[in-house]
Design a protein around this ligand. Structure first.
Ligand code: PEP
Length: 279
């Protein structure tokens, strides 16, 4: 009824994907997250302004990850706003404390109100030499301290073009989750070629990849894998959020550029709060 061909085809694809995954009755027992990664942006004043305007939603867990020096002011602004918004760091050190100039420990993050921390972002893997061994140490430290790690994985354009996506993701997951027994983690699938480029992965491709990631999580955690939220990240915005929110294995988004403005970030939150608007 008044449905565009594009939307009709999308539904056919979703149905097909649903069947391969065991049927459309798939339920999402997992938490849905919309998480902002502000990277190296914003001043204290801009942070105050953002939290004055942004409205969260009770259907979605909203988390904002500002740079380290903004964490405590952000914590106070969130409290002031009365919004149910979580706070996360963008990085953490693996040691408890000590002579590590310029670093932030997990207990310092907790101390300024963080409940989450991004670990293994591709930008850090590229310029800060973060590899799977280091990611694994940081994930363990985060869990030990009571922070939920948001573990980023993703393939480069060359790896994608040479059909190595699954191999790369599998290696990153087994590396990051080595010797781990708790599935109290969040995975963010962030194809490197989609980050900050405006070339987002199609929702269908992201869904297929998320289903693969879940199959690897099952090998590692067994049944616990069903309760692990897997987020998509890479040029997600208000316009494409509805496509992702309609997919059974996409449990939210990690957003960079489009999280910097309160109105666009809120637009994404609203899409996930309502579910798939194309249905
Ligand atoms: C990111 O860097 O985590 C990210 C998803 O960035 P963007 O949304 O700008 O592609």
């Amino acid at each position: 009824m008044g449905q565009s061909i594009e939307s009709y085809i999308k539904h056919l694809v979703r149905d097909a994907i649903g069947h391969t995954l065991g049927g459309l009755e798939l339920q999402r027992d997992r938490k849905t997250y919309v998480i902002a990664n502000w990277k190296m942006n914003k001043t204290v004043n801009e942070t105050a302004e953002f939290f004055q305007y942004v409205k969260s939603s009770k259907n979605v867990s909203v988390v904002v990850c500002p740079s380290a020096q903004l964490l405590y002011p952000a914590h106070l602004f969130i409290k002031q706003s009365g919004q149910p918004i979580g706070l996360g760091g963008q990085n953490v050190h693996w040691a408890d404390k000590g002579a590590y100039t310029g670093e932030t420990s997990a207990s310092m993050l907790k101390d300024v109100g963080c409940e989450y921390v991004i670990i293994g972002h591709s930008e850090r893997r590229q310029y800060a030499g973060e590899d799977d061994v280091l990611v694994n140490k940081k994930v363990k430290q985060a869990l030990k301290t009571g922070l939920t790690p948001i573990i980023c994985i993703g393939e480069t354009v060359d790896e994608k073009n040479s059909a190595r996506t699954e191999q790369v993701l599998s290696t990153q997951l087994f590396g990051a989750l080595k010797d781990l027994h708790s599935g109290d983690i969040i995975i963010a699938y962030e194809p490197v070629w989609a980050i900050g480029t405006g070339q987002s992965a199609t929702a269908e491709l992201a869904q297929q990849t998320h289903a693969f990631i879940r199959s690897v999580l099952k090998q590692i955690f067994g049944g616990q894998a069903d309760s692990i939220s897997i987020l998509y990240g890479g040029s997600a915005n208000e316009n494409n959020a509805a496509d992702y929110s309609g997919m059974p294995d996409i449990d939210g988004v990690l957003v960079g550029g489009a999280s910097l403005q309160a109105h666009s970030f809120e637009g994404i939150i609203n899409v996930f709060a309502k579910g798939d608007q194309n249905s």
